[in-house]
Design a protein around this ligand. Sequence first.
Ligand code: UD1
Length: 370
Amino acid sequence: MSIGPVILVVGARPNFMKIAPIHAELARRGVSQLLLHTGQHYDEAMSKIFFEELGMPRPDVYLGVGSGTHAEQTGRVMIDFEKVCFEHKPAYIVVVGDVNSTLACALVAAKLGIPVAHVEAGLRSRDWAMPEEVNRVLTDRIADHLLTPSRDGDANLLAEGISPEKITFVGNIMIDTLLTHLEDARASGVHERVGVERGKYAVLTLHRPSNVDDRPTFERILGALERVGQRIPLVFPVHPRTRNRAEEFGLLERLESIPNIVLCPPLGYLEFQGLTSGAALVMTDSGGLQEETTALGIACITLRENTERPITVTEGTNVIVGSDPERIVAEVNRVLDGEKDGEHRIPECWDGQTASRIADVIEGALGRGD
Ligand code: UD1
């Protein structure tokens, strides 16, 4: 077996908070590793600030692939990542989540016969229109070690015929990062900076292609936000995709005119979690935020038709409403009127110890276990 390093792959914003605790734990255990950034996200606010705030070193390798179509982005990562594998001869590769960089690197590893672990395996929205669903299913099919955040992930993988010895339930890695940084997040001063009072505002994030690349859907959501803004101030850090589409569709002015809306550029990790943890409610189409709100006990209204994270609904604080304005407004009113049943619990192994369970799997695979 190769004695090269373990390569940890990051590419896009939701990867950074998943890799940071794994990197720290492997460093603590003295495992030789190489941090590789594909450059799928490259803006300071979408990338660099996370390295600084999460205490990750600068990437050892930066591929700089940038934006493009799915094929361009995935293809560029594959071509460049393969060269890195030839050069560094990694013993093991770790990919996280469901972005294009995840699938691209897993595919290269599988073809080169390098063992690969997928962290956050087994999640399924069953919505093939989502690029992430394609990335998830294919990555799980070719990875050697499937590390799941919740038991439904194990069940999904088994139902797809994946052999049980490949699957390890490890818990939710994002919660390690959340718990580590929560105190600093709460002290970030974000409320003063954006001008809202703790507990008296809603946080909004919106960037799914199904919501913002389709003009009628985007407009329907804006209609709902106009009504929500009359009840509670809305803080909206705007993803670059969303800003681009709003400009393209001529909707920027309408967005800016929503009553009581505070628009800002994408926030760093600490400010964003500071904002989330002090919110009356969160409205989002993000995947990770559904989990973070469940861990924090903050009401989450998900502007999607489905979720790959059902445990946030069955055990957590999440409710799925889609893009229908009536449903969105009704659910916001229910939360603000205190009509939501407060029953929720923190899912199993969302306990801040997931990096250690992942490192055990990696060390076992490297023959360093026991
Ligand atoms: C990607 C992920 C999505 C994840 C999201 C989080 C895929 C298929 N999608 O979507 O799962 O939820 O990241 O943010 O991998 N852009 C910038 N600056 C950047 C990066 C992107 O301006 O640093 C703009 C570009 O115009 C780009 C667009 O955003 O074309 C979309 O970026 P891309 O990486 O293709 O997808 P996301 O929508 O960010």
